[in-house]
Design a protein around this ligand. Structure first.
Ligand code: AP5
Length: 209
């Protein structure tokens, strides 16, 4: 199954892609994670995207498209994948069409108030990228990752000004993709304001039954 997870920042795309990917043995490909790793390692790519990401803007299309094209050409993505956070603009979606056939696009529906609460309480593992929330999905020990014992931190773009910018950028540049994929009969709406377990149940019913 070749899937796109679409939705505003904080909708739960990363959390759900991680769990569903494991369940169905397909890789989760998160452009945000790839960029964050590059920033952490201070690679050439990381130095280019650091301040763009911190301010909540999108990385240029050409750079992002080339990166995804290369990632999808690897063996583990041959039979299926979950694209988490890509495409995010119409040019990215057009480019993806030219090199991949997608089976479905999951559109996670959620309102801004919940998104802001989720992002302000998010904690991410510095080592393995696991995602927590101080109230909704807390780790067993405060500040420590359950999976690998790594340190939990607040993402640079989870500051209030950056969250507001990301929501604005989503509405202007990414939301048009809902209509784009609806016209291609690929769009499946899933309620993202409910528990993780409920969203997964709904997705499994839509996609795998
Ligand atoms: P990216 O990392 O993709 O960020 P995003 O789309 O803004 O999404 P988030 O990671 O913030 O949220 P999410 O939906 O994954 O939610 P999560 O599961 O973490 O991108 C970051 C930046 O990289 C961009 O701003 C841009 O600069 C750049 N970039 C990336 N892709 C790009 C592209 N294609 N083109 C150009 N630039 C690109 O959950 C959030 C919180 O809620 C967590 O604390 C979680 O524990 C909690 N939670 C999740 N689900 C639930 C639930 N059901 N109930 C209660 N709490 C929940």
């Amino acid at each position: 199954m070749k899937l796109i997870f679409l939705g505003p920042p904080g909708a739960g795309k990363g959390t759900l892609a991680g769990l569903v990917g494991k369940q169905h043995k397909i890789p989760q490909i998160s452009t945000g994670d790839i960029f964050r790793e590059a920033v952490k390692k201070q690679t050439e790519l990381g130095l280019k995207v650091k301040s763009i990401m911190e301010r909540g803007y999108l990385v240029p299309d050409e750079l992002t498209i080339n990166l995804v094209k290369e990632r999808l050409s690897r063996e583990d993505a041959r039979k299926g994948f979950i694209l988490d956070g890509f495409p995010r603009t119409i040019p990215q979606a057009d480019a993806l069409n030219s090199f991949q056939v997608i089976n479905a696009v999951i559109n996670f529906q959620i309102n801004d108030d919940i998104v802001i609460r989720r992002l302000s309480g998010r904690r991410t593992c510095r080592s393995c990228g696991a995602i927590y929330h101080i109230e909704n999905r807390p780790p067993k020990t405060e500040g420590i990752c359950d999976n690998c014992g790594g340190e939990l931190y607040v993402r640079d773009d989870d500051r209030v000004d950056s969250i507001k910018k990301r929501i604005e950028v989503y509405k202007n540049q990414t939301e048009p993709l809902i209509q784009y994929y609806r016209e291609k009969y690929l769009l499946k709406n899933v309620d993202a304001s409910v528990s993780v377990e409920h969203s997964i149940e709904e997705m499994n019913r839509i996609l795998w039954t």
